[in-house]
Design a protein. Structure first.
Length: 75
């Protein structure tokens, strides 16, 4: 049973990451900001390999910042 819930969480996080990458790609922001956001999403993807719940929380925070127009400074 626990394995099923873990699989559901994995599928949900994977779908949300895919959507987040699409949203970041479509943002009207300087390229440096887009690259920084993309790197953050890649880091979250890496975290998901060993801490799925933590990755979900990090993704929530990042997308909340994007929704509210709080973008990191680009390189």
């Amino acid at each position: 049973m626990e394995r099923d819930s873990q699989l559901e969480l994995y599928q949900a996080v994977a779908a949300r990451l895919k959507e987040a990458h699409t949203r970041v790609r479509e943002l009207q922001v300087p390229e440096g900001v887009r690259m920084t956001l993309s790197r953050k999403l890649l880091a979250i993807t890496a975290v998901a390999k060993h801490d799925l719940a933590g990755a979900a929380r990090r993704l929530d925070r990042l997308m909340k910042d994007v929704d509210e127009g709080r973008f990191p400074e680009g390189d």
